[in-house]
Design a protein around this ligand. Sequence first.
Ligand code: ATP
Ligand code: MG
Length: 352
Amino acid sequence: MDVILTGDRPTGKLHLGHYVGSLKRRVELQNSGLYKDIYIMIADAQALTDNADDINKVRNNISEVALDYLSCGLDPKKSNIFIQSQIPELCELSFYYMNLVTVARLQRNPTVKNEIQMRKFNQSIPVGFFTYPISQAADITAFKANIVPVGEDQLPMIEQTREIVRSFNSTYKEVLVEPKAVLPENEYCSRLPGLDGAAKMSKSLGNCIYLSDSANDIKKKVQSMFTDPTHLRVEDPGHTENNPVFIYLDAFCKDEHFAAFLPAYNNLDEMKAHYRRGGLGDGTVKKFLNEILQNELGPIRERREVLAKDLGAIFDMLEQGSIKAREVAAHTLDEVKTAMGINYFKGNSLLK
Ligand code: ATP
Ligand code: MG
């Protein structure tokens, strides 16, 4: 039966990109009841690879991310939520996987390349950051996860994990499971752009609408969004492609939103056609997007406010989840070491 693993770095509260790119899907998969186990990891150790000097940011965001999870519908009775650094077996697995990956292969990983540029590391790349695809392979394989619901930026990571699994299984013994990335069905959701039009909404770029933003913040952020720079006057013909406001509508809008908030159109195609012809102002489009986002995020924010009153319960959930995750990872590590022939004291294997 299928096992899911996925997670997020506690480098900030979760945003709309996480929601459409991964979180919403996880909740659907969780509630489908089709999966044997679901592991959701708060990747604090991975967050430290580019935030070593900002431990408080990472620490403080652990409970924020956990609150975001629960308020979106992840249920600790169905999904095991845990903290990466509390599972030392993951480090040990990474250490052995490191021997199966070349420096050249890591250098070719497009996501690593991109993020190095984005973070302006130049030549000063922390070794931990450079090797994080290997530690990600440890995270996935420790739980024998075969399904990993992620956004598009993670595809090269999953590919690298698959290569490590093949290499391990052929070098030693068939122990590890090859995972498959599962992207959102709606292509616009797999890489939601930033409010500023940057290629990706990202905590590290500060171009986000957060799931915990107040109604007023959401409204202000939508009003300040980048649109089509050639669409100066309402009557000018506009572009809907590469226009973040329309990409967000592609990601969030359903026909029933028109009936509820903008009955002048039946669907998004009609609205886009009007914008392209000219005569539809950005203000109207943004007002409509704001209504949709308020409608989607309002209930999440309300649940979050209630959950935030009992941080003790969040702490207990994370501790229990981490204990359970550690048992599973320890079992895999034991199998890995046996396959490699380094479980020396198990059944006197060194003497045989
Ligand atoms: P950081 O800037 O610290 O890397 P991030 O915003 O990229 O933060 P992550 O924690 O790295 O967030 O990503 C968690 C998950 O959310 C991954 O599966 C990733 O693919 C997905 N994701 C992140 N940003 C987006 C986005 N803009 N659109 C769709 N999916 C996204
Ligand atoms: Mg990221």
